[in-house]
Structures are given as C-alpha cells and as structure tokens.
Design a protein around this ligand. Structure first.
Ligand code: GLY
Length: 370
C-alpha cells in the first residue's frame, strides 16, 4: 500500500511517499539523502503530544543526529517573529549548510520551517513529514513556503522544494473530524478541477475517507498528490496551470478575511464554500451546467463542509466588502478580478477580468447584503 510519487523538476526532483507506517521507518528513507548525518526536526507542541519521539527515534536508529525545535502550535508561529525565533534557534544549534531541516507537522510547521530552510545561510535542504490531511495533499508538495504579515496570509515567502515528502497515513487517525473535513475539501478540489472520475469516486467513498479506511485514504491521498505533482512539474512557479489549484480560494480568502482567519471558519471550510461559489458563479455566467454546481454542493455537504456563504458563520456578508477582499487576492492583476471557474466537474480554467457588476449581482443572489 506504499506508493512513491515523483515530482519531476530539473535537478530538484523528489519523491512523495504515501502509505502507512512511514514515520517509524523514516530514518531508512531519510538517511541516504543526507550530506552530513545531522538534522533539526521542527515541530509543534500538538504533534509531540500525538506522535511523541517516534520520528527522532527512527532517525537516530539510522545513525542520524537529531535536535528537536518545538514552536508554538497555531498560525501565529507563521510570522516574522516566529521566523526570527526559529532562525535564532537554528543558529544556536550551529546547523550548517549540509545539514537538513525536517518539518514535522501540519501546514503551519511546513510553511514556516520550509521558509526558514529557504533563507537559512542562503538555503539548506529540508524534508516534509506532514501530519494533517491538508498538508499531505497540498501544502507539503510543490515547494511553496511562506509566513503571514498583518497585511495578509502567505505574502512573504519563497519557492523551495523539499528533498522528500513522507505522508504517513497512520497519523490521520488522530486528526479531529473537523481537520479531516478541512483536508477533504482540498482532496475533492482535485476532482473538481481536473478529474471527474476521481470526483465520482469521492462521491461514493466520502464516508470511508472521513472514517480513515486505510485503502480509501491511500487512494484519496495518492491521487491528490499525483495530480499536484503533475501540475507542479509542469508549472512550478505558477505562471499558468498551477493557478488551477486555487479553485475556491478567491471566494474562500474573502470569507476568511471577513471571519478573522480563525476557528469560526477554517481554511479548508472556506475553500469548500469557495468551491461551491466558484461552480455556482460559473453557472450564473452561463459557463457551466447548473446541475454540476448542484452536484458539487451535495458532495461538499455530504462531508459536513459549507458549500456557500449561507453555510458560513457571519452570513449575510456584505457584497462590496467581499469584492474588496477579492481585489487584494494574490491572483488579482492591476485591480482586475481573476477567478478559477469551471466548464464542468473536472474542467477548471482561469478567468481573468471577471465583471465586478456581474460578480456583485451574483453575490446578492447568493444572499450577500448590498
Ligand atoms: N496550494 C496551492 C499550490 O501549492 O499551488
């Protein structure tokens, strides 16, 4: 049940290994990649609580020296202050250029440790051991690393590809149900944007994935990683096709901005609501059959996810405030609104210059206040 999926990039190719039992045998896979026999594991307090010292033990058994740096759990660590603290601790350990950082945690740890690796002594190697479904299927693959600033999320960062990703499916068993659903939003997004068969498989197997049936998880994570690897190999720095991975994110970020980027509406939930809205906007503009938008809505709701604004806390939102946030999106160019829209399930495309009046009208039909 263990699969190795290549991310093929000239001179910087690496494998994403997906399967059960990978943490306990991580040392065997990591040791051969090291120039020195020294690593620093960057993790957070929640991960330590659930997975203890299994990763360090496995590395030490393979003859690798390990130092562990624990950062506070939560998005606040992904900040300039968090980065400064982590950099100081890496410097205090006298980590050298040939040594390796291992990011062991969810998206926050991966993004922070990955960015620190990108700039520490002008760049050292790092390895991702993601512990959330969202990190396994999205953020650990593809080399996007970043921190947040008070002006927005992920605005300061770098592309820095890992040397290896180990996605151990067993760790998903300790994930709270809400975190599983958030990761599932990113999984089903792959079906929506580029694989109608995978979408149909998820419609039939949603409960098995969320209940952590191991073979269902292996297919869901494996197919998601395969799609991401293929897209990243074609368009590493998001000049074109990689933008499709942002399906649901323009609406999602606007809803997150309005709800305070916190527990009220988590990122995966905002993406789910955003995907529902992206399909309904596509139907509203006459680009997609409304039946596909309705199918997307049903599939998201089956996973307990919001499928639009009306399901999000804070509803009704103000249409103009949402449009303002959308104008700040990283994809917006020269003030023009860019969305990932769909012709049908499995066929998304980038739509530049969406008419703000049509968007406003759409948001009002969705229940936004004018
Ligand atoms: N999370 C979207 C990307 O990696 O491009």
């Amino acid at each position: 049940m263990i699969r190795s999926i290549p991310v093929t990039l000239a001179g910087r190719s690496y494998e994403v290994v997906v399967g059960p039992g990978l943490i306990d045998r991580a040392g065997e896979r990591i040791a051969p990649l090291l120039k020195t026999r020294r690593t620093a594991i960057v993790t957070d307090s929640n991960v330590g609580e659930h997975h203890g010292e299994r990763l360090s033990v496995s590395l030490e058994r393979a003859g690798v020296a390990v130092d562990v740096i624990t950062v506070p759990a939560g998005e606040e660590s992904k900040s300039f202050a968090g980065l400064a603290d982590l950099s100081d601790r890496l410097l205090d350990l006298r980590l050298d250029r040939g040594d390796v950082i291992v990011a062991f945690g969810g998206g926050v740890v991966g993004d922070l440790a990955g960015f620190a690796a990108a700039i520490y002594k002008r760049g050292i190697d790092f390895i991702q051991v993601p512990t959330s479904l969202l990190a396994q299927v999205d953020s650990s693959v593809g080399g996007k690393t970043a921190i947040d600033t008070p002006r927005g999320k992920n605005l300061i960062g770098a592309f820095h590809q890992p040397k290896l990703v180990l996605a151990d499916l067993d760790v998903l068993c300790t994930l709270p149900a809400r975190e599983m659903a958030c990761g599932y939003a990113e999984v089903i997004k792959y079906g929506m944007l580029g694989d109608a068969d995978f979408f149909a498989w998820l419609e039939a197997n949603c409960a098995a994935v969320l209940e952590r049936d191991i073979s269902a998880l292996a297919h869901a994570v494996g197919r998601s990683v395969e799609m991401k690897a293929e897209i990243v190999a074609e368009d590493e720095t998001e000049q074109g096709r990689r933008a499709l991975l942002n399906l649901g994110h323009t609406f999602g970020h606007a809803l997150e901005a309005e709800t305070g980027y916190g527990e009220a509406l988590k990122h995966g939930e905002a993406v789910a609501a955003g995907c529902g809205l992206a399909f309904r906007l596509s139907a509203f503009l006459g680009l997609c059959d409304p039946a596909d938008a309705a199918r997307v809505e049903r599939a998201l709701k089956a996973a307990g996810l919001p499928a639009g604004m009306a399901d999000a806390p804070g509803h009704p939102f103000n249409a103009d405030r949402l449009i303002h946030h959308m104008g700040q999106d990283k994809k917006a160019q020269g003030g023009a609104l860019t969305f990932i829209l769909a012709r049908r399930i499995g066929d998304a495309f980038t739509a530049k210059g969406v008419d703000p009046d049509a968007l406003r009208q759409f948001l009002i039909t969705e229940g936004a206040a004018s």
